[in-house]
Design a protein around this ligand. Structure first.
Ligand code: 4AD
Ligand code: MG
Length: 479
């Protein structure tokens, strides 16, 4: 039986009374043919296993190498050594799996870079940095479900394969079983998707929002939390081709209700991570200090990670209109000194340099921007009286830029249909979506939080590929 083992994290928190324990894990280090630092992923802290000198032959001791897996039976005792309160005095040690030290890439001597670890993503979980990142990621995911559950939201599972383009941006991965070399064609030469698996053209979802809206029109408050896919060719530290998104959708909410929820949501989940992952966050904060020492002074953050998270939890986000944001940018020293790569004028889709100026230099806190020009936003956003802007809201976060995108939705059938036609979105195919506006439409709103960007924000990791287990990005889908 294997499940009699106790996790390292729990053993480290137990008061030692010489009790019999079974512990299993992977060797981090082995010193003096006697001291094993054993880790099982439950915490970054290792358990010291003390082996009796002379009780094991040389051939056996040689097999206890970094990365090898062990089963240890012994007694939990107070540790005499420095650095730990308890240790296990081994009575038997069994090697479950050897690990060839000549070939194992994770030798402690040469500290591997994050880039190198991305190339061995199947093993990087065993490092302290990724151990901490993925435990924090887990804690945030748990906090998200807890937050919505306690508010009475229903978790709706929206489909991965869809026939629509929710964002209307055309960044979709096609799903098909048609042969690539010789697909069936219609008389006009176009591919005949009637012959395809679903009898029509389908793609991986870019967002669960449209289906979420249907749910909100019955359950009033729902949320989705699932993978979304974008075939945008953005090779940046903030874009993935496959990322996870949390999308709440609420009937009887206007834009202000939406902003209030988003703010409370972000604060609550960060607070939860700080309360339940403090050890890992402290580790990541220290890691960030080390990383930033390599950067020029001007690029270092003004606050440490913990300080930044405290600040976000305890302070209101700034709320400004898009028009005000453009005014601030136009009057900024950065603009006057021509420091922006992209030009600024009313109507632009703000670039990340503009968003980061607003949050990092001007306001020095998260900012919610509302009332974007309608031509840079999706068809479903509620049109404002001015005829130029929509009831959109983006939340911009220091070091990240856009972390949330949302809006009040256009609930008026005539206005929605007119906008879809203007934007060449096929209204006939979207009959199921438009039906919600035909049968008991209500004001409603929602938003999408990019989960990996949130994990980046909380862990301080610079590259989004380092906060997802198996990153998918342009030209990269190993593992
Ligand atoms: O702003 P977006 O495109 O909004 C939507 O998809 C809406 N349907 C959401 C809604 O109202 N229900 O995406 C929402 C968020 C962004 O703010 C960003 O955090 C994240 O998703 N995101 C990405 N994260 C990683 N890689 C990408 N390629 C991303 N694209 C968007
Ligand atoms: Mg957006």
């Amino acid at each position: 039986m294997f499940n009699t083992r106790v996790k390292v994290k729990d053993l480290l928190a137990t008061s030692p009374e010489g009790q019999d324990v079974i512990v299993m894990g992977w060797v981090r280090t082995f010193r003096n043919n006697q001291f094993v630092a054993l880790n099982d992923g439950s915490t970054n802290n290792n358990l010291q296993v003390v082996m009796e000198l002379g009780a094991y032959d040389d051939a056996f001791l040689k097999r206890i190498t970094t990365g090898a897996s062990l089963k240890v039976k012994g007694k939990l005792v107070a540790s005499l050594g420095k650095g730990q309160a308890v240790e296990v005095k081994a009575e038997s040690v069994e090697i479950l799996g050897d690990c060839n030290p000549e070939k194992y890439p994770l030798q402690l001597k040469n500290r591997p870079s994050l880039e190198y670890l991305r190339e061995i993503a199947h093993l990087r979980f065993r490092t302290n940095t990724f151990g901490a990142v993925f435990r924090v990621r887990h804690m945030l995911a748990f906090a998200i479900h807890k937050f919505f559950h306690e508010k009475g939201f229903l978790y709706l599972h929206t489909p991965i394969v869809t026939a629509s383009d929710a964002e209307g941006a055309g960044e979709m991965f096609r799903v098909t079983t048609l042969p690539f070399d010789n697909p069936p064609r219609k008389e006009d030469g176009n591919i005949d998707f009637r012959e395809d698996f679903f009898g029509r053209a389908t793609n991986l979802t870019v967002s669960g929002q449209l289906e979420g809206e249907l749910g909100a029109m019955a359950f009033s408050e729902v949320y989705t939390f699932g993978p979304t896919f974008r075939a945008e060719n953005s090779n940046t530290a903030r874009h993935l081709a496959e990322f996870w998104m949390i999308e709440p959708e609420m009937a009887f909410y206007d834009l202000e209700d939406n902003m209030n929820l988003a703010e409370e949501f972000i604060r609550t989940i960060i607070r939860f991570a700080m309360d339940h992952s403090r050890e890992d966050l402290d580790f990541l904060a220290q890691r960030l200090v080390e990383e930033e020492k390599q950067r020029p002074q001007a690029e270092r953050s003004e606050m440490g990670l913990i300080e930044k998270l405290e600040f976000v939890v305890n302070n209101r986000f700034e709320r400004i209109s898009y028009t005000e944001a453009i005014e601030i940018l136009l009057h900024s020293p950065a603009y006057k000194k021509k420091k922006f790569q992209y030009d600024v004028s009313w109507g632009i889709d703000m670039q990340s340099e503009h968003e980061r100026y607003l949050v990092e230099k001007h306001f020095k806190r998260p900012v919610i921007v509302t009332g974007y020009p309608k031509h840079i936003k999706a068809f479903y956003m509620r049109q404002n009286e001015d005829g130029k802007t929509v009831a959109a809201m983006d939340i911009l976060a220091p070091g990240i830029g856009e972390i949330v995108g949302g809006s009040q939705r256009e609930e008026r059938l005539d206005k929605l249909e007119a906008r879809m036609k203007e934007m060449h979105i096929p209204t006939e195919e979207m009959w199921w979506y438009l039906d919600t506006r035909r049968f008991g439409t209500v004001p409603h709103a929602g938003f999408g939080l990019g989960f990996e960007r949130m994990v980046q924000f909380v862990t301080g990791m610079t590259n989004i590929r380092d906060v997802i287990a198996f990153p998918r990005a342009p030209k990269s889908a190993e593992f």
